[in-house]
Design a binder for this molecule. Structure first.
Ligand code: SME
Length: 146
């Protein structure tokens, strides 16, 4: 189980008083990517028009630019507005592979004033690397900052 206590505190401290969503997304991606073990790609896909996500601030290798709500794990998260945990991306037929090294991922919805504005995608090169404890901790970080 990962310890999120320090990163949760530092993100809250850095983002304190910040209201710009993209500024916060950039900061959160950077902090999580550099601090958390196994976070091999961290980034946001933003809702830019109905049923369409486009890549926002991220850290890691190239991320695909556009994801419709009916595609991929990110699309499933945006569509259902529920966190998605995929233990084995190769077994998830709808997965969009941005990097061949990715084995598992977690995608969480980001709400601002009750409206879905983005999803947070974290990818790991390890199989089955995310569980309920990651979901709870990452949802807390999102809730605290948006
Ligand atoms: N794997 C995601 C696409 C984004 S990349 O992993 C950065 C998906 O299936 O939605």
């Amino acid at each position: 189980m990962r310890d999120y206590s320090e990163v949760t505190k530092s993100i809250a401290a850095i983002c304190k008083g910040e209201t710009d969503a993209i500024t916060k997304m950039a900061t959160i991606s950077c902090e999580l990517f550099h601090v958390m073990e196994g976070f091999d790609w961290v980034g946001f896909y933003r809702v830019v028009e109905p049923n369409l996500l486009k890549v926002g601030p991220y850290q890691g290798g190239h991320g695909c630019l556009v994801i419709p709500f009916d595609k991929g794990v990110c699309g499933a998260c945006a569509r259902t507005e529920e966190t998605q945990i995929v233990a084995d991306v190769k077994a998830f037929s709808d997965h969009i592979a941005c990097s061949s090294s990715t084995q598992s991922e977690i995608v969480l919805p980001v709400f601002e004033n009750g409206k879905l504005i983005a999803v947070l995608d974290v990818d790991s090169d390890k199989h089955d690397d995310f569980d309920e404890s990651d979901k709870v901790a990452l949802e807390r970080i999102i809730k605290q900052n948006f």
